[in-house]
Design a binder for this molecule. Structure first.
Ligand code: PXP
Length: 243
């Protein structure tokens, strides 16, 4: 079964809109777990626009399921990760002016800078993943950096780009050849998750915005249950969506 990591960043976005304490990302983590999440994902951005250091620490201290910390490749984030010791870290590119993570990490171009950070995280016992586009050069760079996992950026697919599903499928096959565990995420919804859930060898999806958006209408446990059902139906070959 494909694991579902529920990204709770946008619960914090909503909280921060009024500067108070509600909704609480920790309560959201518990609600996501109630709905069948296999793990919780949180992106501690350099500008702290949604998740804050204290949110990460509270969730780390309170849930038994794996915590996946998304982070930029900076010395500050590596320090926080080594202190927090999440189950996994997914290294993402980050630009302050972007609304969300807009593309994959340039693992090929930044290999020299990434190598010591990857080594440090791995020494701390953290499973490292790189968030990359479905580009063979990026997959090869990830393999040569020695990370066990890659997460393929599905944002271009979600935007409807022609040929992008085929690129994801080719990347999935290459990941298997290179011995990389395959995860994917970004922009996935009940309506488009099916073909991604059918990628060969896929082990985990990380989904945030769409689940949190649905949660406003149906509640977070139910929104997670619906996404799980859509993923499971697709991976069992029952079609691409329950939407
Ligand atoms: N995976 C990674 C690495 C991400 O950066 C994000 C967005 O924070 C997601 C998955 C989830 O994307 P979305 O919120 O569009 O589902």
């Amino acid at each position: 079964m494909i694991r579902l990591g529920v990204n709770i960043d946008h619960v914090a976005t909503l909280r921060n809109a009024r500067g108070g304490t509600e909704p609480d990302p920790l309560a959201a983590a518990f609600a996501a777990i109630e709905g069948g999440a296999d793990g919780i994902t949180m992106h501690l951005r350099e500008d702290r626009r949604h998740i804050r250091d204290d949110d990460l620490a509270r969730v780390r201290a309170s849930i038994a399921l794996p915590l996946n910390m998304e982070m930029a490749a900076t010395a500050e984030m590596v320090e926080i990760a080594c202190r927090t010791k999440p189950h996994a870290c997914c290294i993402v590119p980050e630009r302050r002016e972007e609304v969300t993570t807009e593309g994959g990490l340039d693992a090929a171009g930044q290999q020299a800078a990434l190598a010591p950070m990857v080594a440090r995280l791995r020494e701390a016992g953290i499973r490292v993943s790189l968030f990359i586009d479905p580009d063979p050069a990026q997959l090869r760079a990830a393999a040569s950096l020695g990370v066990p996992v890659i997460e393929l950026h599905t944002g271009t697919y979600a935007n409807g780009a022609a040929g992008e599903l085929a690129r994801l499928e080719q990347a999935a096959r290459l990941a298997a050849e290179l011995g990389l565990e395959l995860h994917a995420g970004h922009g996935l919804t009940l309506g488009n998750v099916g073909p991604v859930a059918q990628l060969p060898g896929l082990r985990e999806l990380n989904i945030g915005h769409s689940i949190v958006a649905d949660a406003i209408l149906v509640g977070l446990p139910e929104a997670v249950r619906r996404m799980r059902a859509a993923m499971d139906a697709a991976s069992a070959g029952e079609g691409s969506s329950v939407a």
